[in-house]
Design a binder for this molecule. Structure first.
Ligand SMILES: NC(=O)c1ccc[n+]([C@@H]2O[C@H](COP(=O)([O-])OP(=O)(O)OC[C@H]3O[C@@H](n4cnc5c(N)ncnc54)[C@H](O)[C@@H]3O)[C@@H](O)[C@H]2O)c1
Ligand SMILES: O=C(O)C[C@H](O)C(=O)O
Length: 373
């Protein structure tokens, strides 16, 4: 008998629990079906969610927060690097979702099989001095590859696109799905939730530097909780295409022209504010993970049948003459169920919308021709 056989048998038992013997082991010590499989006991009923780019600055906190979400029963974490560590780490959380990790392109399709919701934060972030459009050359190809696999393995999934430039990556995803014959415009949503989150926050907490003693904005004077504030943000997700409708803030607040100009500028440049503060170390990750989870949770609640789930998103749209536009949509069991009208706009908003539409049209066209070229 070998000296250590008791310990070896125990290890073999544990290892066969993690990797059932009928599945072939691969070079990562996992099965050939999934690279590594960190299974929490007592997996809850719920939705299957995949995060593509799960090891990144957004991906990690997003994965952690989705592991907490009680609507999630299975969480697949895919990236081209570092998923074993992230998966192992997150799998120790004592929440219901079963977590599985997938590493590298040849495990992408397994990561996607049977998913209800796919969230895509894969791709490079900005550095100071860059626009979101400067990311196009790298991120367009990444989104294309990921969406080709989605079309094959979970064509009915709801897809949340975070990768920038969102104004172009969503049209890219649409073209990929059209080519594959799986396009359902209701199920493809560009995530603009961070603009809404920022707008809700800034409306409450901004003091105006242009006024001498920095008096509070009206909403802050009212002492509101940001969670009770709702600022619709329409258009797209870059610079002037981000258009907060401050005339429609709930609870109703009225702002001076100076306040509107200040707030609009801050909301439009919130991303750049973070990029500059991070000084080369990337862009918004934590607030984005929060916003992505808020949005994903809304999608899952709607999938489950909750009524009246309304969020802003950048979608294949009939609200303007543009093929893609961010506005309030009602979410349901099949994704986007209804476009809410833009509502009455102020003169300032109407003029800003015209400028936003010009830029958006160019970004959409750039995405479409990337696939059709
Ligand atoms: N929509 C929004 O509001 C919003 C907000 C913030 C950031 N973003 C965008 O999200 C993206 C990610 O930002 P981040 O800060 O997490 O970047 P990051 O560099 O920290 O993480 C990106 C992750 O994507 C992975 N990745 C790269 N190529 C991949 C591929 N082919 N398949 C799967 N994964 C791949 C990387 O390995 C990395 O782990 C950027 O494009 C950024 O501009 C969007
Ligand atoms: O600004 C960026 O590049 C990231 C993101 O789009 C954001 O709005 O924070």
């Amino acid at each position: 008998m070998e000296p250590n056989s008791g310990a070896n048998q125990r290890i073999a038992r544990i290892s066969s629990h993690l990797n059932p013997p009928n599945l072939k082991m691969n070079e990562h010590g996992g099965s050939s079906l999934t690279s590594f499989n960190c299974r929490a006991k007592g997996g809850a009923p719920g939705f299957k969610v995949a995060i593509l780019g799960a090891a990144g600055g957004i991906g990690q906190p997003l994965s952690m927060l989705m592991k907490i979400n009680p609507l999630v029963s299975v969480l697949h974490l895919y990236d081209v690097v570092n998923t074993p560590g992230v998966t192992s780490d997150i799998s120790h959380m004592d929440t219901g979702a079963v977590v599985r990790g997938f590493l590298g392109q040849n495990q992408l399709e397994d990561a996607l099989t049977g998913m209800d919701l796919v969230i895509i934060p894969a791709g490079v972030p900005r550095k100071p001095g860059m626009t979101r459009d400067d990311l196009f050359n790298i991120n367009a190809g990444i989104v294309k590859t990921l969406c080709e696999a989605i079309a094959k393995r979970c064509p009915k999934a709801i897809v949340n696109v975070i990768s920038n430039p969102v104004n172009s990556t969503v049209p890219i995803a649409a073209e990929v799905f059209k080519r594959a014959g799986t396009y359902d415009p209701k199920r493809l949503l560009g995530v603009t939730m961070l603009d809404v989150v920022r707008a809700n926050t800034f409306v409450l907490s901004c003091t105006l530097p242009i006024l001498p003693a920095g008096p509070k904005m009206q909403a802050e004077v009212l002492g509101l909780d940001p969670r009770d504030v709702d600022v619709p943000v329409v258009g797209g997700h870059a610079g002037i295409t981000i258009l907060p409708l401050l005339s429609q803030v709930k609870p109703h607040s009225s702002f001076t022209t100076k306040e509107i100009e200040y707030l609009t500028d801050r909301i439009q440049n919130g991303g750049t504010e973070v990029v500059e503060a991070k000084a080369g170390a990337g862009s918004a990750t934590l607030s984005m993970a929060y916003a992505a989870v808020k949005f994903a949770d809304a999608c899952l609640r709607a999938l489950k049948g909750e009524a009246n789930v309304i969020q802003c998103a950048y979608v294949d749209s009939q609200v303007t003459e543009l093929p893609f536009f961010a506005s309030k949509v009602r979410l349901g069991r099949d994704g986007v169920e209804e476009f809410l009208p833009l509502g009455p706009l102020s003169d300032y908003e109407r003029a800003s919308l015209e400028k936003a539409k010009k830029e958006l049209a160019t970004s959409v066209e750039k995405g479409v021709s990337f696939i059709r070229k």
